[in-house]
Design a protein around this ligand. Structure first.
Ligand SMILES: C[S@@+](CC[C@H](N)C(=O)[O-])C[C@H]1O[C@@H](n2cnc3c(N)ncnc32)[C@H](O)[C@@H]1O
Ligand SMILES: [Zn+2]
Length: 157
């Protein structure tokens, strides 16, 4: 267990452990109220070109990225350092959302989260040409009743 630094300075106890969704996930160690700023997505801020160079979807056998896109086109690479937020998985029915504040990204609760519940947000990855043809590459395994079947943003089938 560890404590993430919440936006208001409080410590939100979180645990990184294997997830039923994929690989490792992040779990709440206690109840979290809606609106709580839980943890910052930290890492190295890099250009879009450098992000594409480090994580080339076309060259991967399985989709795996620790990039978080900022609104100005740059992205945060959370791969290195002490960033537990990089292990938060996607869900089509998430309990968190991400907010950008002055070039920083925070994960906030959007509904009550119970102790032991996995934290999730909607990745809504940007669709680029040809993604539809690679449906299995981006397949979502969130198991939510309304799962849209992909970690890509909602769009054409
Ligand atoms: C930021 S990492 C999340 C942590 C990841 N579970 C791990 O152990 O490294 C993002 C990667 O997790 C996987 N992932 C997250 N949510 C997923 C989901 N709902 N369905 C399938 N794969 C998912 C994808 O491989 C994605 O590229
Ligand atoms: Zn899903």
């Amino acid at each position: 267990m560890s404590g993430a630094e919440a936006g208001d300075g409080a410590r939100i106890p979180l645990e990184v452990r294997p997830s039923g969704i994929q690989g490792l996930g992040v779990f709440a160690c206690g109840p979290i109220a809606p609106g709580t700023r839980i943890i910052e997505y930290t890492g190295e801020v890099i250009s879009e070109e450098e992000g594409d160079r480090r994580y080339d979807d076309r060259g991967m056998a399985r989709h795996q990225t620790f990039l978080f896109a900022l609104s100005d086109g740059r992205c945060i690479d959370g791969a290195l350092g002490d960033n537990e937020a990089r292990f938060i998985n996607h869900s089509c029915d998430p309990n968190c959302e991400t907010v950008e504040i002055d070039g920083t990204i925070w994960i906030e609760a959007i509904r009550p989260i119970a102790a032991g519940e996995e934290l999730t947000y909607d990745y809504a990855y940007e669709r680029t040409e040809g993604d539809e043809a690679r449906a299995s590459f981006y397949r979502c395994r969130c198991r939510a009743p309304g799962c849209r079947g992909t970690i890509l943003a909602p769009g054409r089938a």
